[in-house]
Design a protein. Sequence first.
Length: 150
Amino acid sequence: MKKYYFINEILKNGEVSYEAVNEMKYLDMVIEESLRLFPPVTRIDRVCNQNYEFENIKVIKGQLWMASVIALHYDEELYPNPEKFDPERFREQNKQSRENETYLPFGAGPRSCLGMRFSLLEIKILISSLLKQFKFVKCDETEVCLIFFS
Protein backbone atom coordinates (compact mmCIF):
# COMPACT_ATOMS: atom_id res chain seq x y z
CA MET A 1 0.00 0.00 0.00
CA LYS A 2 1.38 3.35 -1.07
CA LYS A 3 1.91 5.97 1.63
CA TYR A 4 0.27 9.34 1.05
CA TYR A 5 2.14 12.37 2.30
CA PHE A 6 0.46 15.46 3.63
CA ILE A 7 0.96 18.77 1.87
CA ASN A 8 3.12 20.19 4.68
CA GLU A 9 5.45 17.16 4.49
CA ILE A 10 5.96 17.63 0.76
CA LEU A 11 6.42 21.41 1.01
CA LYS A 12 8.49 21.21 4.20
CA ASN A 13 11.71 22.56 2.68
CA GLY A 14 10.45 24.20 -0.44
CA GLU A 15 8.03 26.34 -2.31
CA VAL A 16 4.95 25.19 -4.15
CA SER A 17 6.20 23.87 -7.49
CA TYR A 18 5.06 21.71 -10.37
CA GLU A 19 7.07 18.77 -9.02
CA ALA A 20 5.70 19.21 -5.51
CA VAL A 21 2.04 19.32 -6.51
CA ASN A 22 2.50 16.26 -8.73
CA GLU A 23 3.73 14.39 -5.67
CA MET A 24 0.50 15.15 -3.77
CA LYS A 25 -1.48 12.02 -4.67
CA TYR A 26 -4.03 12.37 -1.88
CA LEU A 27 -4.75 15.93 -3.00
CA ASP A 28 -5.46 14.49 -6.47
CA MET A 29 -7.94 12.07 -4.90
CA VAL A 30 -9.68 14.88 -2.98
CA ILE A 31 -9.96 17.04 -6.10
CA GLU A 32 -11.27 14.15 -8.21
CA GLU A 33 -13.91 13.29 -5.60
CA SER A 34 -14.91 16.97 -5.39
CA LEU A 35 -15.30 17.05 -9.19
CA ARG A 36 -17.36 13.87 -9.05
CA LEU A 37 -19.76 15.43 -6.56
CA PHE A 38 -19.79 18.88 -8.17
CA PRO A 39 -18.77 18.59 -11.84
CA PRO A 40 -18.24 21.86 -13.71
CA VAL A 41 -20.28 20.47 -16.62
CA THR A 42 -23.48 18.67 -15.69
CA ARG A 43 -24.29 17.26 -19.13
CA ILE A 44 -22.63 16.60 -22.46
CA ASP A 45 -24.54 17.25 -25.70
CA ARG A 46 -23.64 15.75 -29.06
CA VAL A 47 -25.26 15.87 -32.51
CA CYS A 48 -25.24 12.61 -34.45
CA ASN A 49 -23.39 13.01 -37.77
CA GLN A 50 -24.68 9.78 -39.38
CA ASN A 51 -27.53 7.30 -38.97
CA TYR A 52 -26.69 4.65 -36.41
CA GLU A 53 -28.41 1.70 -34.73
CA PHE A 54 -27.40 0.15 -31.41
CA GLU A 55 -29.37 -2.59 -29.64
CA ASN A 56 -32.62 -1.70 -31.48
CA ILE A 57 -32.15 2.02 -30.75
CA LYS A 58 -32.09 4.09 -33.93
CA VAL A 59 -30.18 7.34 -33.97
CA ILE A 60 -30.91 9.61 -36.90
CA LYS A 61 -28.37 11.97 -38.43
CA GLY A 62 -28.80 15.47 -36.95
CA GLN A 63 -30.44 14.16 -33.76
CA LEU A 64 -29.26 15.70 -30.47
CA TRP A 65 -28.11 13.29 -27.75
CA MET A 66 -27.40 14.23 -24.17
CA ALA A 67 -25.39 12.40 -21.50
CA SER A 68 -26.03 13.41 -17.90
CA VAL A 69 -22.72 13.69 -16.04
CA ILE A 70 -24.56 14.16 -12.74
CA ALA A 71 -26.56 10.94 -13.23
CA LEU A 72 -23.38 9.05 -14.03
CA HIS A 73 -21.43 10.45 -11.07
CA TYR A 74 -24.26 9.67 -8.64
CA ASP A 75 -24.97 6.15 -9.96
CA GLU A 76 -24.90 3.77 -6.96
CA GLU A 77 -23.64 0.88 -9.09
CA LEU A 78 -20.56 2.87 -10.06
CA TYR A 79 -20.09 4.86 -6.85
CA PRO A 80 -21.63 3.16 -3.78
CA ASN A 81 -23.11 5.65 -1.33
CA PRO A 82 -22.73 8.44 -3.94
CA GLU A 83 -23.73 11.32 -1.63
CA LYS A 84 -20.75 10.64 0.65
CA PHE A 85 -17.47 12.48 0.12
CA ASP A 86 -14.93 9.65 -0.16
CA PRO A 87 -11.57 10.43 -1.82
CA GLU A 88 -10.62 6.73 -1.52
CA ARG A 89 -12.84 6.10 -4.58
CA PHE A 90 -9.98 7.58 -6.58
CA ARG A 91 -7.16 5.49 -5.14
CA GLU A 92 -5.31 4.04 -8.17
CA GLN A 93 -6.63 0.47 -7.82
CA ASN A 94 -10.21 1.74 -7.38
CA LYS A 95 -9.94 3.90 -10.49
CA GLN A 96 -8.63 0.98 -12.52
CA SER A 97 -11.65 -1.15 -11.56
CA ARG A 98 -14.04 1.36 -13.26
CA GLU A 99 -14.52 2.24 -16.90
CA ASN A 100 -12.89 5.55 -17.89
CA GLU A 101 -16.17 6.92 -19.23
CA THR A 102 -17.85 6.77 -15.81
CA TYR A 103 -16.03 9.89 -14.60
CA LEU A 104 -16.59 12.89 -16.87
CA PRO A 105 -16.08 16.22 -15.09
CA PHE A 106 -14.30 17.57 -18.18
CA GLY A 107 -15.94 15.40 -20.83
CA ALA A 108 -14.11 12.62 -22.64
CA GLY A 109 -12.52 11.72 -25.93
CA PRO A 110 -11.42 14.13 -28.65
CA ARG A 111 -13.88 16.81 -27.48
CA SER A 112 -12.88 16.84 -23.82
CA CYS A 113 -11.93 20.14 -22.19
CA LEU A 114 -8.69 21.57 -23.58
CA GLY A 115 -7.97 23.37 -20.32
CA MET A 116 -8.37 20.31 -18.08
CA ARG A 117 -4.68 19.80 -17.22
CA PHE A 118 -4.10 23.50 -16.69
CA SER A 119 -7.15 23.89 -14.44
CA LEU A 120 -6.20 20.84 -12.36
CA LEU A 121 -2.66 22.14 -11.94
CA GLU A 122 -3.98 25.58 -11.05
CA ILE A 123 -6.34 24.24 -8.36
CA LYS A 124 -3.57 22.05 -6.87
CA ILE A 125 -1.24 25.05 -6.65
CA LEU A 126 -3.99 27.20 -5.13
CA ILE A 127 -5.03 24.63 -2.50
CA SER A 128 -1.46 23.73 -1.53
CA SER A 129 -0.50 27.42 -1.27
CA LEU A 130 -3.50 28.16 0.94
CA LEU A 131 -2.92 25.14 3.17
CA LYS A 132 0.76 25.98 3.49
CA GLN A 133 0.00 29.47 4.79
CA PHE A 134 -3.29 29.10 6.66
CA LYS A 135 -5.05 26.76 9.05
CA PHE A 136 -8.76 26.29 8.36
CA VAL A 137 -11.03 25.53 11.30
CA LYS A 138 -14.76 25.02 11.59
CA CYS A 139 -16.65 27.49 13.78
CA ASP A 140 -20.28 27.74 14.95
CA GLU A 141 -21.25 29.72 11.84
CA THR A 142 -19.64 27.32 9.36
CA GLU A 143 -22.17 25.93 6.86
CA VAL A 144 -21.61 22.18 6.60
CA CYS A 145 -23.89 21.62 3.60
CA LEU A 146 -23.39 23.65 0.46
CA ILE A 147 -26.42 25.65 -0.58
CA PHE A 148 -26.36 26.39 -4.31
CA PHE A 149 -29.67 28.21 -4.74
CA SER A 150 -31.76 30.10 -2.23
